[in-house]
Design a protein around this ligand. Sequence first.
Ligand SMILES: C[S@@+](CC[C@H](N)C(=O)[O-])C[C@H]1O[C@@H](n2cnc3c(N)ncnc32)[C@H](O)[C@@H]1O
Length: 428
Amino acid sequence: MRIDIMTLFPDTVNAVLHESILGRAAKKGIVTINCVQIRDYTENKQNQVDDYPYGGGWGCVMMAQPLKSCLDAIVAACPEGRRRVIYLSPQGQPYTQETAKRLKRDYDHLVLVCGHYEGVDERFIEECVDEEISLGDFVLTGGEIAAMAIADSVCRLVPGVLSDEQCYTGESHWDGLLEYPQYTRPEVWEGRAVPEVLLNGDHARVERWRFRKQLERTRDKRPDMFQKLSYTDKEDRKLLEEVRKGKDAKKLTEPLSCRPAAAEDLADIRRIVDDARASLKKLGVDQWQGPYPEDRHFLFDIERGECFVILHGAETAAFFTLSTRHEDTYDAITDGKWSEGLEACVLHRAAVAKEYRGSGLSGQLLRFVEQQCRAWGYRCIRTDTHKKNKPMQKLLRENGYRYRGNIKIVCEPGHDTARQAYEKVLKK
Ligand SMILES: C[S@@+](CC[C@H](N)C(=O)[O-])C[C@H]1O[C@@H](n2cnc3c(N)ncnc32)[C@H](O)[C@@H]1O
């Protein structure tokens, strides 16, 4: 790819485009970026490139002659190839990643014309320009910033400029999505931990998590793009629908905190339990479909300091009960076994308020559970869920819990008491 930039400020443009990745690509000869001084092509003694507009009005207009002579010289030096002459203009079509892809795909020589002052003589545009491109609906002083943006975004698509094709195909706007969140060391910064899924080397899980994050971000930050998404793959379609449904979830804009619950929290806990019960019913899950869990269970947990509420700002958004008591029903595990030699905390009852479903709070809840488990000096968390409670199973798996086998609970007589057992062993 060769790019010639016609400008009154070649040094400025050169300095920027010959730095870093593009500079290295130019040195290797993968791309050629050449800035040409329009003033060198004037035919008057003062090297004047602009003049007053006919009809009066503000400012000056760049004359057609120096622009045409400059363009002729560029074409003469590079007569072959699929060329496109582009005038950077606030009146052009807005520039997008799709435009970058098209320019890279369809041409091997771009000539970018940077206007200045009030713009350029219209007759130059009519005579010589193939296409007008705008950086956006605002006015710049000159076309240089727009030309640099185009040169940069097109060149990085040229094979060999970046180390791998995936460097740009995984990025925002490549396939109508924004990119997933990125993290680097340290693992915990200012109390904020890197999502657990990124730490355990399970590439399939990382891929799925990233795709979900891409969908969620696009939904939240660019609803216009989200609206256009559609997939043919069944799994992708399912996930898109799930994320679409989560759009009404509250956003986690306030700080989250976790504290031991008090009797005064019972009304909030009850409200969250009632919503969870209704939602499980809708899913056809025979869990919490009788009186359990009742106020007495929570009062018992509260008394023992084992029930916690999670606050979003000042609002109660979720709760959980984490216990260090031995769970007898977990002793008779079938079709598998627990990790040996570990004392475990048991996550008994947990739910997120319905307005927070899809907000990412469930994952945060499991983080608070881990924090509490560590604070008590334990490294292992066990829990169980109904075999039809797919959302819970997915959440557990996505957060590093492993299926360990089957158990039977005793607290919901008259209902399906079979449960799948899950366990997470925390890193030291
Ligand atoms: C001050 S502007 C001229 C604007 C022109 N009088 C108009 O209103 O359409 C000077 C030069 O900056 C460049 N420019 C300004 N805004 C731009 C944008 N949004 N995208 C690309 N180039 C822009 C163009 O090359 C233009 O000739």
